[in-house]
Design a binder for this molecule. Sequence first.
Ligand code: ADP
Length: 460
Amino acid sequence: MESRIPVETELIERIGWLIRLRWLAVLGTGAAIFLMWLWYPDELPFLPLIGVTAIIALYNTQFFFYARALRLGYSGTLRLRHAIQFAYVQIVLDLLALTALIYFSGGVENPIAVFYVFHTIIASILLSRRVSFLMGTLGVLLFAAVAVLEYTGILPHHHLPIMGAFEPYQELPYVLTTVGVLAITVWLVAYMTSSISVRLRARDRELVESSRDILAKSQELEAANRRLRRVDAERTRFMTLVTHELRAPISTIHTCAEVALAENTSPEAVRDILRRIKRRTGELVELIGDLLRLTRAREEASREEEIGLTQPAEVLESVVELMQTEAHSKDLFLSMDIDPSLVPVRANPERLKLVWTNLLSNAIKYTEPGGIVSVALKQANDHLVATVRDTGIGIPPEDQERIFEEFYRASNARMSCPVGTGVGLAIVQRIIENYGGEIWVESELGLGSKFTFVLPTALT
Ligand code: ADP
């Protein structure tokens, strides 16, 4: 069905081709009329013949401007409809003009009657197989009408001088044979050319579709590439940060050890140096712990997992219990609110634990002592809605979109807590989306953040 008409741009291009072809036809007809006038100046009605040729030239000029407007103007289905109507008008006018030329130059005697074939071919190229048959038949009917009207004497006959004394327009067998042969030729041509056009058109359409596909794919690739480049830049920044973070305490420790080893260092000073060494190594242990957690989390997230029915409340309670110590040691108040009507979710409990641990440890990490961290679990229709709120440093609006990207850390987080990897939230998002859920953040700088995630609950 789709391949019966050509694609819009192609149709418009071919209309241009038809108009160029018509200029050639005008020139050819003009030349033929001129030659006939030279050889047989009194034997044909030259005025009507020139008149018809002039009319063709006139309407072709109009067509030229309309085709240009069509090409430049607008696009879409309206343009396609106009282009199709335009093609119809052109072919019908050409058929009428050809019939007039044939009539004024011998009628059935004129061999240019075969030119009706051209319109059949043009219709099959420009439009559909049906229209090709229709236009071919219209040509045959017009030709037959001329033959009948001349045969019955209703229209005067203009003899074609090149036929000499042979004047067969009144020979019924000749008239019938000529019209019959023309009809068969036109229909056969309509059948053959439209079979080829339909096939070519189907291929055209495939090509257009596949080039559209390729364009979409290349845009996807481009976006993926940009994402990768961004992750890579963040990764490099992260590596530099880690190296720097490792180097600074190690060189301090090294210098401290040198001072402690110096002969004139008092035992009191040595104790002080050892205290500094202890603090620095503590920081190092913390950083290395973070890196280890990161590696484990990434391994965990990429491992094959067993998905079963999990009670979200149980998982959350176990995580909050573990986190209480951390919250207390930072003088934070950690509260929990669980909806009693919770339905289990289809998830792996370990992964869910990872999600809660990451969100809660962030809330604790980015909240100043004295602040509040609260977690809540609610049932909303067929979804579990989980929130983690804090009264911490918040996230600048421009960073909120990007904090779920690997290695990305907001500027204020980097200042308030230099040790961090920027990977936790990327892992959390991957896990949640893997279960068909979604996670987002709402935050106000300096006032706090609220992370919300939803997960579809298991059907009971
Ligand atoms: P990390 O905490 O190791 O930097 P995450 O991936 O867990 O990495 O978090 C990414 C970034 O999101 C953090 O660096 C921080 O800028 C921001 N962020 C996450 N949680 C919070 C929070 N509760 N409050 C403020 N900022 C947060």
